[in-house]
Design a protein around this ligand. Structure first.
Ligand SMILES: NC(=O)C1=CN([C@@H]2O[C@H](COP(=O)(O)OP(=O)(O)OC[C@H]3O[C@@H](n4cnc5c(N)ncnc54)[C@H](OP(=O)(O)O)[C@@H]3O)[C@@H](O)[C@H]2O)C=CC1
Ligand SMILES: O=C(O)C1=N[C@H](C(=O)O)C[C@H](O)C1
Length: 249
């Protein structure tokens, strides 16, 4: 398959290596420096674009892929307020798009079990729940896209929570204590060199339940993105990575 990389930072470089190992060809690399010169015909050399750039640039990059009718796999986070518009634009152009807040197998298993657990915990309302995410200090968005997906899974399953609220903390004190009872707290910590750690905590007076995923490196994210590009090839429509993993509802 011919792959274009949109974003060539920490993730783009690992994706390139895994794609080459899997006998794909990288036909175009886009970063901040050449972005302005990229025209639709450049993108159309590729069977699929893999987009891991920045929260500010992702939307424009995605829209150019849709306009050029080139399938796009999106790992970039921080653009999710526009998902409904993008879904409509993909439908209007008969394009192909797959996105994920997290492409790793482990996190997608975690997402599934998190939803089951949230429904179960309706029976035990004396547990208070919160989410914690820890990432490296270069991360531009908070909360992480993964934490948002986890929070949505809890909110859909657990009657006591209706919305999430994010607090950036230094790990010792919660800076903002205005979280309401119906809000699910997502604490974000930024610590040097952490690839991504997510924990769901249910806490009661007598005990705590902690459900945790720790990424040891970025290889699982990158492999998942390449597998998603292979899966999307030849399809049209709007997909999430859950369509690929197919763990069920
Ligand atoms: N879904 C998932 O599984 C995962 C998602 N992510 C997400 O992917 C994104 C990228 O992460 P990461 O690789 O760590 O970030 P980096 O900061 O390491 O890389 C970002 C890259 O985007 C480039 N860039 C900046 N502006 C543009 C633009 N307008 N068009 C194209 N490229 C541009 C930068 O170029 P330059 O170097 O020239 O500035 C850089 O190469 C983040 O949103 C992160 O949250 C990360 C890991 C897993
Ligand atoms: O920025 C990162 O590094 C990561 N971003 C994704 C997110 O926001 O959830 C996925 C992973 O946790 C790493």
């Amino acid at each position: 398959m011919k792959i274009a990389l949109s974003g060539y930072g920490k993730m783009g470089k690992i994706i390139e290596k895994i794609a080459l190992d899997r006998k794909h060809e990288i036909v175009l690399i886009i970063d901040q420096h050449n972005r302005a010169e990229i025209i639709d015909e450049d993108l159309q050399q590729a069977d699929v674009v893999i987009e891991f750039s920045t929260p500010e640039s992702a939307l424009e990059n995605i829209r150019q892929c849709i306009k050029a009718v080139v399938p796009v796999v999106i790992g970039t986070t921080g653009w999710y307020d526009h998902i409904d518009e993008i879904k409509q634009e993909v439908a209007d152009s008969d394009g192909a798009l797959l996105y994920a807040s997290n492409f790793s197998v482990g996190v997608n298993v975690f997402f599934h079990v998190n939803k089951v657990l949230a429904k179960l915990m309706n029976n035990y309302p004396y547990y208070e729940v919160q989410v914690e995410e820890i990432h490296h200090t270069q991360k531009l968005d908070a909360p992480s896209g993964t934490a948002i997906t986890i929070a949505e899974g809890i909110i859909n399953g657990l009657d006591a929570k209706q919305e999430w609220k994010n607090v950036l903390t230094d790990g010792t004190t919660v800076v903002d204590d205005t979280v309401k009872n119906n809000q699910l707290l997502i604490e974000s910590l930024r610590i040097e060199n952490v690839p991504g750690t997510h924990t769901v905590m249910y806490d009661s007076e007598v005990d705590s339940i902690e459900f945790k995923h720790t990424a040891h490196n970025r290889n699982g994210f990158a492999l998942g993105a390449v597998l998603a590009a292979e899966w999307l090839h030849g399809k049209t429509g709007f997909y999430t990575v859950q369509d690929m993993f197919n763990f069920g509802a």
